[in-house]
Design a binder for this molecule. Structure first.
Ligand code: ADP
Length: 467
């Protein structure tokens, strides 16, 4: 991985280098070409020494040269400036032979800011020099004469310098690509490492790159994805454990009444000489156990119906105050019969909710039946209905025996009961509160419980209010 990215960078930089060299050469050629065009179009080229040459230098037509800011000098064989008009770069009346030779040699050197055009008039035996200040000129060119005996040596030095240049370039390219690839490869390595851990089932794997660039975004996306996977997996594990526990609880709870039914039926079959009273007693036991098995199965049926995707509430818009008042009215005989005290605080105003009235009736029946089933005579049951923001709050509490606080959060799960002995007396299935919870959730509401042993139970139901 590391090698691949690094190599890619080296190749990219090398290609870029070649391209830039080609572009540079092209630019130089173009500049030379441009310089040539500029040069050819300048006035100085239209006013060459040859074009204004006159055997009699006194009669040379200098008008055009002077008009364009140039100068004309005539130097005779004794290097004397015999004629001068306009721009004068010699500044003296006579030159030495050396000065004139230097001038001739240097007049074409790159970097000289004057353009000189020199012509020799053999008849008049003088040099005519036309001078123009250089506008812009680009001097670029390679000179080579195949006749030279030193070409090989010079070419060797040139090649050596070029090789050194390429070597330096290669080294810097590799260093640069290593540095650049390092900043990519390192975070990628960490990302791969964390991805592998995730793949191998370590869902706690997180990425920590300590970077502020685009990799930070990758880190955040990766970490939130890992969190989501971890959450999903734990939910799935929990669901699987719940399912196993449910199957175990169902078989356990069905086993006892069915074993009892089988045992007593067998007893009656094997003993035809039982008295009427004995038969009646055994049939009562069989009947009670079949009722228990039937209750369990119908509660289970209701719970799975509520969990099924095909289940739909039969909703209607109802005044909750009116509805709760009626439901409590229906429950009064049960409370009275059990010797319970009660206190209802239901407001007179209207508070509309959308509910399935039959399902919601089950909620009240289950909660009130539990209060009656698990608490002693004289227990006070309080119901408060109130509005809080856009929610209707129903508080149903008793001052009875309560539930141990550590069980409170699980009490809405199927088959969770306080203790077997207490329930075997009441015949509870452990499914009542699970059904209540499912119904309330299906209404987009919530139910919670605050309780502790000997502190009673306080159930709070929240339902969304509609207009
Ligand atoms: P069950 O069919 O056993 O009543 P529930 O799910 O309705 O199942 O209730 C779960 C357990 O919670 C009950 O077994 C009981 O121990 C406890 N419980 C529920 N309501 C009350 C209450 N009002 N007071 C005391 N204990 C309660």
């Amino acid at each position: 991985m590391n090698g691949k990215i690094k190599n890619r960078f080296i190749i990219n930089y090398f290609i870029m280098f070649i391209i830039s060299i080609v572009i540079t050469i092209l630019a130089l050629v173009l500049m030379s070409f441009t310089s040539d065009i500029i040069y050819k179009n300048l006035t100085q080229n239209l006013c060459t020494a040859e074009s204004i040459m006159n055997d009699d230098y006194q009669n040379i037509n200098t008008a055009k040269v002077l008009e364009k800011g140039g100068g004309v000098q005539v130097i005779d064989r004794d290097y004397k400036v015999v004629f001068s008009a306009g721009l004068d770069n010699f500044g003296k009346a006579r030159l030495t032979a050396g000065e004139f030779t230097d001038f001739l040699v240097n007049s074409n050197h790159p970097g000289i800011t004057y353009d000189y055009d020199i012509a020799y008039n053999s008849k008049g035996q003088f040099w005519l020099i036309v001078t123009f200040p250089t506008s812009i000129r680009i001097d670029f060119g390679i000179a080579h004469n195949p006749e030279s005996l030193e070409t090989k040596g010079a070419a060797g030095v040139l090649i050596a310098i070029l090789l050194f240049y390429f070597l330096m370039l290669g080294v810097t390219t590799v260093i640069y690509s290593l540095l650049t690839s390092f900043s990519f490869v390192n975070p990628l390595k960490k990302l791969i490492e964390s991805t592998k851990r995730l793949k191998e089932g370590d869902y706690s794997a997180r990425l920590n790159l300590n970077l502020k660039n685009e990799f930070k975004e990758i880190q955040e996306t990766f970490n939130s994805m890992a969190e989501e996977i971890e959450r999903e997996i734990s939910l799935r594990k929990q669901a699987e454990e719940d399912r196993k526990r449910l199957v175990l609880d169902i078989s356990h709870d069905l086993k006892n009444p069915l074993a009892s039914i089988m045992g007593y039926a067998e007893l009656c079959r094997e003993n035809p000489h039982f008295t009427q009273d004995e038969y009646r007693e055994y049939i009562r036991v069989i009947y009670d156990n079949s009722i228990r098995a039937n209750t369990l199965i119908s509660d289970l049926f209701n719970l799975s119906r509520l969990e099924s995707s095909e289940f739909a509430l039969n909703k209607s818009r109802v005044d909750l105050c009116e509805y709760v008042r009626a439901e409590m009215g229906n429950m009064l005989p049960i409370l009275d019969q059990a010797g319970f005290r009660y206190d209802f605080d239901i407001p007179e105003d209207e508070m509309f909710v959308i509910i399935d009235q039959n399902q919601m009736a089950r909620v009240f029946q289950n909660l009130l039946q539990n209060t009656v089933n698990y608490n002693p005579e004289g227990t006070l049951l309080t119901l408060i209905l109130k509005k809080e923001d856009s929610e209707a709050i129903i508080i149903l509490k008793d001052n009875g025996i309560g539930i141990p606080a550590d069980l409170a959060k699980d009490i809405f799960k199927a088959f969770v009961r306080v203790d077997g002995a207490r329930n075997s007396k009441t015949g509870g299935t452990g499914l009542g509160l699970a059904i209540v919870d499912k119904i309330i959730k299906a209404h987009d509401g919530s139910i919670s419980l605050v309780t502790d042993e000997d502190c009673g139970c306080e159930f709070t139901i929240r339902l969304p209010i509609v207009k």
